[in-house]
Design a protein around this ligand. Sequence first.
Ligand SMILES: *Cc1c(COP(=O)(O)O)cnc(C)c1O
Length: 411
Amino acid sequence: MNAPLNRVAMLDAEDPLRHFRDEFALREGLIYLDGNSLGALPKRAIEQMKHSVSEEWGEGLITSWIGADWVNAPTRIGDKIAKIIGAQPGEVIAGESTSINIFKALTAAHYLQQGRRVLLSETTNFPTDNYIMQGLERFSGGEIETREVDPDAVLDALDEDVSVLLLTQVHYKTAALRDMKAVTQKAHDAGVLVVWDLSHSTGAIPVDLNAAEADFAIGCGYKFLNGGPGAPAFLFAAKRHHHAQPVLSGWFGHARPFDFEIKFDPAPGIDRFQCGTPPVLGMSALESGVDLMLEADMTDIRAKSIGLSELFIELVEERCGEFGFELICPRNSSERGSHVAFAHPNAYEMIQALKARDVIGDFRAPDVMRFGITPLYLSYAEIEEAVERLRSICINREWDKPEYRERAAVT
Ligand SMILES: *Cc1c(COP(=O)(O)O)cnc(C)c1O
């Protein structure tokens, strides 16, 4: 046994989150470093889904809207997510996809502003965020203009034309972490409202929306919240903005949906940001993931995320140093979210070769290898083992195969 191995074993023995691993249905031997893209399956979700399908749907049928409280799932789960992101009860609603919620938050924020026509974001954002802005510009027939600037130039671009700034707190490729409070303050000083994209923050790092005086935020259910593939997302609107007019004004956002009035009258609170019938089965799986997350202490999650990430970076540089990996996430842990990213000219092939060796990470064009660090189900020993497998792949050039060069539809 060499010294680093002893250190790793000790880190696992002292890990306050180690019992959470048992809560997940993960195959023995698989090292899953992609929980930032699709979280693992909580065992309790299997039971909960069986119950939701057989009992609630099968037996209860339509009576389950009240009997199983389906009707309140969006606010009930929203209130639970609120605890994870530093919001108050009644400020978060679960439902729809992240992209749809970006639309809802952007439009709500934009129409709170007077005489400002620019939606601002940065050029390296996760593209769906920008696509939604661009769609709004087209749809507005010239009323709305999108402005996309260099990531470092965002604060300088806040001027009297900007109505809303759309920013992602943890960058999807580089994991670079923005200072939510400082940015929000700067934006407010310039009269700009901010929509925060928390896709890579929720359940991954401590988030305190209220302390940052955030306006609106949205985030994903299927990443660190382990809500299942295509899980409903969520929207946060600060209480002071609850008079904002919803643009996707569907009947579930009406003050009295079952009065079937023909004129839209928005619900008084966060409910106005609902649109249509919630996807109940998806909600059910999401709730299992959120409940599990709530059992863990976010301070422990952050501390372990940093510990695992630092170990990963250290071991890749030490044991794979000669193979040309370039660290592209911040080295300083206080500036990094919960994934680690390296650039490599053969990133795509290497990710495929790693999969063949039961290590799942992902590739992001053009040359990024991304490794999600999920403290609830990863151990320090797995981090070391993943680096060992990466090292073998490099030494034996296992990645250098024609079939690994064929790009799949989903990376
Ligand atoms: C994952 C992610 C999304 C995903 O949007 P969907 O509508 O769920 O496909 C959006 N924005 C960011 C920053 C993301 O990381």
